[in-house]
Design a protein around this ligand. Structure first.
Ligand SMILES: Cc1cc2nc3c(=O)[nH]c(=O)nc-3n(C[C@H](O)[C@H](O)[C@H](O)COP(=O)(O)OP(=O)(O)OC[C@H]3O[C@@H](n4cnc5c(N)ncnc54)[C@H](O)[C@@H]3O)c2cc1C
Length: 239
């Protein structure tokens, strides 16, 4: 198993939204890595090897030959990637690590995935793997965005919902104007909304990914208000 840092070519760079880009990093010939859906890679540009940043895989473990990461224009690395990284450039990649893993085994669990903004990226991997492998796992995403223009992977998640009756994708918008058209939910994620989606508490695992603020608030709701056990909560804090 290769655990070494390798230079990868950016095979494609796709704007998902005006401020969000997916990079597909092509594995070099003979690259052999063991990794899991939900893990993150750490990357840096060849001209600044000391400036490294972590990105969750937005692809899944069934996607081989490349890694995909989806990056928001925020901070130095986020801005450099979104505004400047192009197909044909290269980046160094430290192989995937991390424990923010979907529990697919034993089957029959309900994974309740809570995300804000770009924090939805690892959940694309969860939903892709469960759908392609026809797993007996329920996955629900509760996704908070500012407006309907900020929903990353909207089309793919809607398609996955069609393909997989065990997958559901719900969005709440926090900053719509009263007269904006939107039939979905408005307002922040709260205990009531989370509770609505927990049908069998003992069987549920709650995941929260994104800013420290969102993850800590969710943790508080789930552990203190909904009284789920600590082992039923998995978090990935981005800072
Ligand atoms: C495990 C893990 C996985 C991650 N996965 C992803 C991912 O999939 N996608 C993703 O986009 N990010 C992800 N991140 C965050 C990512 O690693 C970077 O922190 C992010 O891209 C910002 O780049 P930076 O750290 O160079 O920002 P810095 O320049 O070091 O800034 C640090 C923070 O300060 C704030 N900040 C900086 N400049 C501004 C500004 N002008 N306005 C407002 N706030 C500002 C931002 O909150 C920023 O995150 C992940 C982080 C971790 C730890």
């Amino acid at each position: 198993m290769a655990k070494k840092i390798v230079e990868m070519e950016i095979e494609s760079a796709k704007m998902e939204l005006p401020d969000t880009k997916t990079l597909r990093l092509k594995w070099p010939h003979g690259y052999d890595v063991e990794f899991k859906t939900g893990q993150f890679i750490t990357v840096y540009f060849p001209d600044s090897p000391k400036y490294k940043r972590a990105y969750s895989l937005s692809s899944c473990a069934l996607d081989t030959g490349h890694f995909e990461v989806t990056v928001k224009r925020e901070g130095k690395m986020g801005t450099r990637i979104v505004d400047w990284a192009e197909a044909g450039h290269t980046m160094f990649v430290i192989p995937p690590v991390g424990k923010f893993l979907p529990v697919f085994d034993p089957p029959g669990k309900h994974l309740l995935c809570i995300a804000g903004g770009s924090g939805v990226t690892p959940f694309r991997g969860f939903a892709r793997e469960a759908t392609r492998s026809k797993l007996d796992t329920d996955i629900t995403i509760l996704y908070s965005v500012r407006t309907t223009n900020d929903i990353i992977f909207d089309e793919e998640f809607r398609q996955l919902e069609q393909d997989n009756p065990r997958f559901n994708f719900y969005v709440t918008c926090t900053r719509l104007k009263p007269d904006d058209t939107w039939n979905g939910r408005r307002g922040r994620i709260n205990a009531e909304w989370i509770k609505e989606h927990i049908h069998n508490p003992a069987n549920t695992i709650v995941y929260a990914c994104g800013t420290n603020e969102l993850v800590e608030a969710t943790e508080h709701l789930v552990l203190n208000e909904l009284k789920l056990a600590k082992e039923q909560m998995k978090t990935e804090k981005w800072g």
